[in-house]
Design a protein around this ligand. Structure first.
Ligand code: PLP
Length: 388
């Protein structure tokens, strides 16, 4: 099997399992316990926090461990908007982009449904980019928060985060970014980016599912979403997932150490794959930004086919990928991300996303491009939708 669905999830790396193992077995203490086992667990958690803070160029106290990217996004969007509104009831708007992951979009919709907020959706251009001009047109005195993702999970477009954050700050508005797909590929220095909050998920990086973190800059007001025993300095209650935090820290450190080399290598392989697909299917349309894109994502529309039928054909040939984001799987509606880029609903139904981790090889991608050629030909010859 050639696994080209790394934007959905990645296998846990061996080094990560090894780092986690002691904390799942002998050193299994609860970090809140006042005995040696508990103290050892607290020390492991502190070590993981220090490692993550090192990668993010932030203070250890600015790292909040969560159960993953979805929880980090919920905490950022709801937590910052509600805390700001509590301090200033006039703040009742949030700005998100038209291509956010549902974890951000639905958190904003929750604020709309239950807390009287207005959600302002900043459009993207045909490459999937939020331009500073487009954002400027959305900012108001009542805006409590801006949340714009670092890199898109469906088309891979990278946003100009530093410029967007700076713009929000000029209006006195805090800025959150969902960096779940960018982590491991893009610089994560929170000072250089200028963000106030940033979400990361472990399972996109070679750590297990169910661990993640939110960076929250000191002095950013944050109302917790999960209440309880006051762990994570009261920002996220619940007994800490010590092994998960260690796994996330290990995976993030490994990905960061190798980032420049991996980024260049995988970007070159991605470009070769894009060229091979274009040669195999001349009317294939690459979606997303032509250059400001993740090395790890190549998404296409194949007019006159059906994305779901292509997936089945590709899997039959041993290539596993995705017809949209896994989160939207099971839904027949065209991807809102693709329609936000101005792609018609009909063409959006023909989308296939290929996404890679650092273990991808040129040989795999050459085979995948061949599989794309025959899958598209077969689906077209059967008539879109009949290849099931
Ligand atoms: N944000 C983005 C951009 C994602 O791609 C995903 C996962 O697909 C998430 C958030 C959710 O992260 P998790 O699966 O850790 O909840």
């Amino acid at each position: 099997m050639i696994f080209l669905d790394a934007a959905a999830t990645t296998p846990v790396r061996r080094e990560v399992v090894d780092a986690m193992w002691p904390h799942l077995t002998g050193a299994f203490g609860n970090p809140s316990s006042h005995h040696t086992l508990g103290e050892a667990a607290a020390a492991a958690l502190a070590g993981a926090r220090a490692a993550v803070a090192g990668v993010l160029g932030c203070r250890q106290g600015e790292v909040v461990f969560t159960s993953g990217g979805t929880e980090a996004d919920n905490l950022a969007v709801k937590g910052i908007a509600l805390a700001r509104q509590a301090a200033n009831p006039g703040l009742n708007r949030v700005v998100i982009s038209a291509v956010e992951h549902p974890a951000v979009e639905e958190s904003a919709r929750y604020l709309e449904r239950f807390h009287g907020f207005v959600v302002d959706v900043v459009p993207v251009d045909a490459t999937g980019t939020v331009t500073p001009d487009a954002l400027a047109g959305m900012l108001r005195p009542e805006t409590a928060l801006v949340s714009i993702m670092y890199a898109n999970n469906e088309v891979g477009t990278i946003q100009p985060i530093a410029a967007l954050a700076e713009l929000a700050h000029r209006h006195g508005i805090p800025f959150h970014t969902d960096a779940v797909q960018a982590a491991g590929w893009q610089p994560l220095d929170t000072k250089a980016l200028g963000v106030d909050a940033m979400s990361i998920s472990g399972h996109k990086l070679g750590a297990p599912k169910g661990c993640g973190m939110l960076f929250v800059r000191s002095r950013t007001r944050l109302e917790p979403v999960i209440h309880g025993g006051g762990q994570e300095r009261g920002r996220r209650s619940g007994t800490e997932n010590v092994a998960g935090a260690v796994g996330l820290a290990t995976a993030l450190t490994l990905a960061t150490d190798r980032q420049p080399e991996q980024q260049a290598r995988v970007a070159a392989l991605r470009d070769r794959f894009i060229g091979a697909v274009a040669a195999a299917v001349p009317d294939a349309v690459l979606t997303g930004h032509p250059t400001e894109r993740l090395p790890s994502v190549a998404s296409f529309c194949f007019p006159g086919t059906s994305g779901e039928s292509l997936l089945l054909e590709l899997e039959r040939q041993g290539v596993v990928c995705s017809s949209g984001s896994a989160c939207a799987a099971g839904s027949d509606a065209p991807s809102p991300v693709l329609t936000a880029l101005g792609i018609s609903a009909e063409v959006a139904q023909t989308a296939v996303r290929f996404s890679f981790d650092a273990s991808v090889t040129g040989e795999d991608l050459d085979k995948a491009a061949d599989a794309v050629r025959s899958a598209v030909a077969r689906v077209r010859s059967l008539g879109a939708g009949q290849a099931h």
